[in-house]
Design a protein around this ligand. Structure first.
Ligand code: GRF
Length: 189
């Protein structure tokens, strides 16, 4: 019997975290399968990554819908069609609303490139770099209606000293790819 849990990843851009999750599933490092990519930018590079893994993509443009509830309703229908157990936000640049939360609250997680509650929102790596802090990090957390505000699942520290912003970004992304898989392994067992 196939006991693999079904994951949907939501992303808006590059998709390196999407790829880390898809790879871990393909290599059986996670007892799960990525069954859907939801992407709010049809030109995003993450779509090419999904095609490489033969993962179905729902790409849409929010401006084609009158209301956020309309596209989220369509997304919920797709998630149900694919029997999705867990939703991973990975660089999805939108807040989710009640339409998704009512169906999947407690089953939506996100990764954020800071030690939350420090440096919420956009450009978190740069915010930390410019703050003079010696340590930043990465957080995985459950998603609620607030910006980067849901219950924290796990965190890992990343040192800031002796590096450029670009080097810090590389350190953070490397840490993210490990932490997301560690968090998923914990949640899936
Ligand atoms: C990551 O830094 C993630 O923490 C943040 O958005 C970025 C997405 O990167 N939420 P990628 O698209 O997965 O490469």
């Amino acid at each position: 019997m196939n006991t693999k849990k079904h994951i949907a990843v939501f992303a808006s851009g590059n998709g390196s975290n999407f790829e880390a999750i898809a790879c871990a599933c393909a290599e059986n490092r996670l007892n799960a399968e990525v069954v859907l990519l939801v992407c709010d930018n049809p030109k995003a590079f993450v779509i090419q990554r999904a095609e490489k893994f033969n993962i179905p993509v729902f790409a849409f443009q929010p401006k084609d819908y009158a209301h956020k509830a309309d596209y989220e309703t369509e997304i919920v229908q797709l998630l149900k069609k694919h029997n999705v157990d867990l939703i991973c936000l990975a660089g999805y640049l939108r807040l989710v609303s009640d339409v998704l939360l009512d169906e999947y609250e407690g089953k939506i997680i996100n990764i954020h490139p800071s030690l939350l509650p420090e440096f919420k929102g956009l450009h978190a790596i740069q915010q930390a770099f410019e703050s003079g802090a010696k340590i930043t990090g990465v957080t995985t957390h459950f998603v609620d209606k607030t910006l980067d505000g849901g219950k924290i699942i796990d965190q890992v520290e990343v040192p800031i000293e002796n590096c450029t912003l670009e080097e810090l970004e590389t350190r953070i992304h490397t840490a993210e790819h490990k932490l997301y898989i560690k968090t998923l392994a914990k949640l899936l067992t």
